[in-house]
Write a protein that binds this ligand. Structure first.
Ligand SMILES: O=P(O)(O)OC[C@H]1O[C@H](O)[C@H](O)[C@@H](O)[C@@H]1O
Length: 632
């Protein structure tokens, strides 16, 4: 691709912090910083991390603080971290006896299903930092070791080069220090490091598939540093290889490796990893390639027209996450106007709204932008762009069941009869809609990884499946390598609009709205979450067992109620039909919580369904069922 090239960083002094990329994403600068410390192979002392009070709200990790973790109690933030992630240097604080220290980390606690999440910045009372740069360094090294073992197991031929891992991040304040830490971990495993800087999660996966040596792709593995829509102080890591994202068991394995690596850290090993990273790191503007591919997909889908969105006005809300690229790098080259787009600049304080299409305030913000600007269409992304939702020209949201219905309608035109896999909380109306169009609705479990893996599995056993999508806005298509990509989901909608315009069937989002006209929607649709008090004596330390007891009691009660029927096919929790609607009670994927979804044709019917649940859950004292009052 013109203008894109890998830049090999010359060896620089260890601990050289890199500046954030310029808007083109290609420039980088280095500052050399001398470090004077007595290197020793003696293991570093591990200390617990007391919580720090914060007045600033966003404390700083200076580069010195990152490398030899201080006794956190002694740490005081000395400057503000800017929205783009550059940080001021703070004091390097060592333990009193001159012995360097590392914070104790419980690596198991960092697992969040198929990825890693935790607290990366001080500033929130009660939330101790556990995603430190050293922890990230150990995890990244663990990931590289895991890749090597995976390749061996698969009998993959060793490439004619060093293994390499690409690293990208969203707009979080801690992104910069953690990407450097991840680079050091990858380099100390003997891999090359390719830094992408600000990037989207789907682009990171894509980099394991693209074959272009000028971009140093394919990467043998890829790390996205993100905590999706979580608050400013959190961060985490998602991992990919060319077979997709890591699963739960992979993360457990990577974290076990990381814990061992971390235990072996000495000042000497930390120094060596800095040196290794300095000579093994390149920077690449991969987003240029990724966005060019999206542009090409729309052009092709619209019949080879150069500017198929000419005359369209589309506004984007990136919530100050990583998705701001979509307006200038995807929509504008396709001819669309994008004025009125908002919150495109990366800002890890997330000053406008939570970058989450599921959030009501966020959705209201993009609806308002569409109406205020009289735009044809609105698009909203989450922080790392693996989730999205849309708004039509009338300001009506296209999310949850509506987005699934729309993508299903488009996919069913292309692949008649195909199966659509969704998560468990999708509506009965959606099933009817898909079936009326001749498709099959396979309602599976909650969790984007579960949904996507089920789509892949169904294909492998001969059940043709082209779309796997969660109500959260995570969606993957077979044609796009089952990549969980919020931007590609929007590209599918843009193609439909552009193709209709090219064929003279009218401009704007009307073609989309029309496609889901037949979708029946419930008057009441709500999710209530019942927290399980883990300290309650009835729970006995096992909230899952307790939750399952609640579900068993509900099942029994429903069986005795003639107005209710248990769904014959259901993959998680108890799904029940009755009073013209349905409810689903299930265990949360990660939390000590039982979420209850109810959909009903009226408030009265919703009340009846809630009452059927209430009479059972009320008997469980460790359960906080106060949320039921919203419906009862
Ligand atoms: O089970 P819940 O607590 O409702 O959470 C379910 C959600 O968990 C995570 O955030 C996953 O990334 C989502 O894909 C999933 O939908």
């Amino acid at each position: 691709m013109a203008g894109t090239q890998a830049i090999r960083l010359p060896a620089v002094a260890p601990f050289a912090p890199l500046e954030q990329p310029s808007s083109s994403g290609r420039k980088h600068a280095r500052t050399q910083t001398a470090r004077s410390s007595l290197l020793t192979s003696r293991p570093l002392l591990r200390v617990n991390c007391p919580l720090l009070p914060s007045s600033s709200g966003a404390a700083v990790h200076s580069w010195k603080q990152e490398r030899i973790a201080p006794k956190m109690a002694a740490l005081k933030a000395t400057g503000q971290t800017s929205a783009t992630g550059s940080s001021n240097a703070g004091p390097s604080i060592r333990a009193a006896a001159g012995v360097s220290t590392l914070q104790k980390i419980d690596f198991k606690k960092l697992q969040n299903g198929s990825d890693i999440r935790g607290v990366a910045l001080e500033g929130v009372e009660g939330e101790a930092v556990n995603v430190t740069p050293e922890a990230v360094e150990a995890i990244a090294q663990g990931f590289a070791d895991w890749i090597m073992d995976k390749k061996k197991k698969e009998g993959a031929a060793k490439p004619d080069r060093k293994y390499r891992v690409s690293i990208g991040h969203d707009s979080r304040l801690s992104a910069k220090s953690l990407r450097e830490a991840a680079g050091r971990g990858v380099a100390s495993a003997g891999f090359d490091v390719v830094q992408y800087n600000l990037a989207s999660t789907p682009a990171m996966f894509n980099s394991t598939l693209t074959k272009d040596e000028s971009l140093l792709t394919p990467a043998d593995g890829s790390i996205m540093i993100t905590a999706s829509h979580l608050p400013f102080n959190r961060n985490g890591m998602k991992f990919f290889t060319n077979t997709g994202g890591t699963g739960k068991a992979d993360i457990t394995d990577i974290l076990a490796r990381a814990a061992k690596i971390y235990d072996g850290f000495t000042e000497e090993t930390l120094e060596k990893s800095s040196q290794a990273a300095a000579s093994a790191t390149s920077e690449v503007d991969y987003m240029e390639r990724y966005t060019a591919d999206l542009v090409e997909a729309v052009r092709k889908g619209a019949g080879g027209v150069e500017k198929p969105l000419y005359g369209f006005h589309v506004v984007v809300d990136a919530g100050n996450g990583a998705g701001g690229f979509f307006a200038p790098q995807v929509l504008e080259p396709l001819g669309a106007r994008t004025d009125g787009s908002q919150f495109l600049d990366p800002d890890g304080t997330f000053p406008n709204h939570i970058p989450n299409p599921e959030d009501e305030t966020a959705m209201a913000a993009i609806q308002k932008a569409v109406l205020d600007n009289k735009a044809d269409f609105g698009i909203i992304f989450d922080t790392d762009v693996d989730r999205s939702a849309a708004v039509d020209s009338g300001g009506k949201e296209i999310n949850r069941n509506r987005l699934i219905a729309l993508l299903s309608a488009i996919i069913l035109e292309e692949h008649p009869g195909t199966t659509v896999v969704t998560d468990s909380v999708t509506s009965d109306g959606l099933t009817e809609f898909i079936e009326k169009l001749g498709g099959k609705h396979h309602r599976f479990k909650r969790g984007y990884k579960n949904v996507i893996d089920e789509g892949i599995r169904l294909n492998s056993v001969g059940q043709e499946t082209h779309l796997a999508i969660e109500t959260s806005g995570h969606g993957a298509l077979k044609e796009n390598n089952w990549l969980d990509d919020g931007a590609y989901a929007m590209v599918k909608l843009l193609i439909k609009m552009a193709a209709a315009a090219t064929a003279g069937e009218g401009k704007g989002s009307g073609v989309l709205t029309k496609l889901i006209e037949e979708l029946q929607e419930a008057e009441v649709a709500t999710e209530l979450r019942f927290k399980i008090d883990q300290a309650h004596p009835d729970v006995q330390g096992d909230f899952k067992a307790y939750g399952n007891k609640v579900l068993a009691a509900l099942e029994q009660s429903v069986k005795e109620d003639d107005a209710l029927q248990i769904a014959p096919v259901n993959h998680e929790g108890i799904r029940v039909s009755g009073h013209g609607g349905w409810f689903l009670l299930r265990l949360s994927l990660h939390d000590p919580v039982l979420p209850l979804n109810i959909e009903a044709p009226s408030k009265e019917d919703a009340k009846k369904l809630a009452a059927a649940v209430s009479k059972v859950v009320n008997k469980f004292e460790a359960l906080d069922v106060s949320a039921l009052q919203k419906v009862l």
